[in-house]
Design a protein around this ligand. Structure first.
Ligand code: GAR
Length: 223
């Protein structure tokens, strides 16, 4: 049992609906074991900053356009994140490619949510790519971050069915609804000390997970 709170720093670039789901879970489920210490955005106008402020969470903007190199930006980001000594860094729609130094600095404490069933469709435009490929299933994955783009060990995923009527917008809505259930659940697993990485394999409750992580057959605890 931990004595100190399990704190997370959330990094965002935009709307921050996943951040909101992490906040909502704290409010609706008193058994939630994480605290959000700060929200950091690389964009001044990210709507997620408003969400954080409304929840009385400290915010910070580190504008990447004011840094001449990726290394310079990431060094500043590391410095600011370290001030909060977080247990976990949660990327929630943080649309930056991170340097190896950044990833190594936060090794095994850095996770991301990605709107596809990884290893399918790393990068952007995932919903349209799933439709173009004629896939019947699509979804969301939560994974450890390594210096491979969207390529780190997968912790969990949730699937959605693609219907003939779906377009990229409707599909993104279906996937996002699952993101909002999955991410708080996985962050809470970390807070409860249930997840660890050993020899590049993800363990949940001391059991090795398959390469595509834990499967949510249906929506986890509703928030
Ligand atoms: C989410 O769909 C998230 O999975 C995706 O950006 C969106 C952010 O939405 N992240 C990536 O594509 C990372 N590769 P939000 O700002 O409303 O949480």
């Amino acid at each position: 049992m931990r004595n100190s709170p399990f704190t997370v720093v959330v990094l965002i670039s935009g709307n921050g609906s996943n951040l909101q789901s992490l906040i909502n879970r704290k409010i609706s489920d008193k058994g939630t074991s994480y605290e959000i210490a700060a929200v950091i955005s690389n964009k001044l106008n990210a709507h997620g900053l408003k969400r954080a402020k409304a929840a009385n969470i400290p915010t910070l903007v580190i504008d990447h356009t004011r840094h001449s190199t990726r290394e310079d930006f990431d060094a500043e980001l590391i410095k600011e994140i370290d001030l909060f000594s977080p247990s976990l860094i949660v990327l929630a729609g943080f649309m930056r490619i991170l340097t190896t130094s950044f990833v190594n600095h936060f090794k095994e404490r850095l996770i991301n949510i990605h709107p596809s069933l990884l290893p399918l469709y790393p990068g952007t435009n995932t919903h349209q790519r799933a439709l173009d490929a004629g896939d019947r299933q699509h979804g969301v994955s939560v994974h450890y971050v390594t210096d491979q783009l969207d390529g780190g060990p997968i912790i969990a995923h949730a699937s959605v069915c693609i219907s003939p009527q779906d377009d990229a917008k409707s599909l993104s809505e279906k996937v996002l609804a699952n993101e909002h259930l999955l991410y708080p659940e996985v962050v809470n697993w970390f807070a409860q000390g249930r997840v660890r990485l050993e020899k590049h394999r993800v363990h949940l409750d001391n059991k090795i997970l398959p390469p595509n992580g834990f499967t949510f057959e249906r929506a986890p605890k509703s928030i």
